[in-house]
Design a protein around this ligand. Sequence first.
Ligand code: F6P
Length: 390
Amino acid sequence: MMSKRIGILTGGGDCPGLNSVIYGVLLKAVDAGYQVIGIEKGWKGFLENRTRELDVTSLDDLHTIGGTLIYTSRTNPYKKAKSIQDPIGREKAIKETAELMASQVKNLKLDALIAIGGDDTLGVAAAMNKFAGANVIGVPKTIDNDLSSTDYTFGFWSAIQLASNTMDNITTTARSHQRIFIVEVMGRDAGWLTLVSGISAGTDIILIPEKPFDLQDDIVKVLRDRVDSGRKYHIIACSEGAIPTKESFDRDFTSINPQDIDKLPKDDFGNPILAKLNMSKVLVKELNSQDALRKYFQDHDVEYDIREVTLGHTMRAGTPNSFDRILGLRLGVHAVKLAMKNRYGQMVCLNGTEIGSVPLSEGAQKKLVPHTSDLLEVANLITKVKCGKS
Ligand code: F6P
């Protein structure tokens, strides 16, 4: 079998398990007699020729270490092309960019490129393959778990454990002070992280982007019922992308309006930087002006004291858990197997318990929490039952 030079890059937010995939790639590639070229800083380094050969013998147990050894960035090579208003001009510019990107694979003397990333990074790879036939293979990455065609993305369960542990722990201080804690969880437009970590910790209210909330029905009423039933502290899991319904926005919100969300700064891929909004802080403000609820708490001899904790990047921090280490390794090994068979334009995925692959164009699509998800049913049951009297 001919030797190959395989390039590997990581793009988008870092995520526990990135190094596990890199190690999986290295194990299989080295065993096959291939060279692995690390491309630093995602698409940015790809365009700037920032490469170095990775030597597996100096990287023992890399799969156990968090983050990415080859750095990452949120660089979008199609940014300029995608900003073109005229659809024909835009399509042409995207094609030209894809051709330029594909020629860069050749300039770097790579036989194959493995791109590890979320929908943004993989979208770039998919267009390179679609418009210019580049030899790319995708590996789905994100703590958000919002990629279609894979049952889980690596990093998700590590992030869930971190968030769930914090929510578990926050109950002792919430209980001691009789406080309401709003815990803000990452996840821009997908609520998987908030929903699953919230259920895991048994939080009393869960707010996710896919189901806009009504401040009165989904928060004020629930808190009132909880106090009525004797509960004295409350934990709300709030996704950073959770938003009120239009009706609730107009009726209940005084500190922000929908235009404030539209005006948020955006990253290279056009995603709003929601940390700048800080929905949990907004909710603290809005709940602080709910005088009737405050009085209800006081009449029931319960403190009305609302605090927020934004988990932010702590959710992506530290070492991957065992599930993500193993998933990462398996995905990395499988990606090299696809390169060995010259099967490009594919994204490796987890399908039940098996590792398989799907066309990149399918895999790079978003997966949001469906309204029919049984997880939503579980969350709603927890909220409902924990409002009731025994
Ligand atoms: O895409 C993963 C993610 O963790 C989102 O949940 C979050 O909104 C975003 O990254 C934050 O990215 P950055 O580190 O660039 O601020």
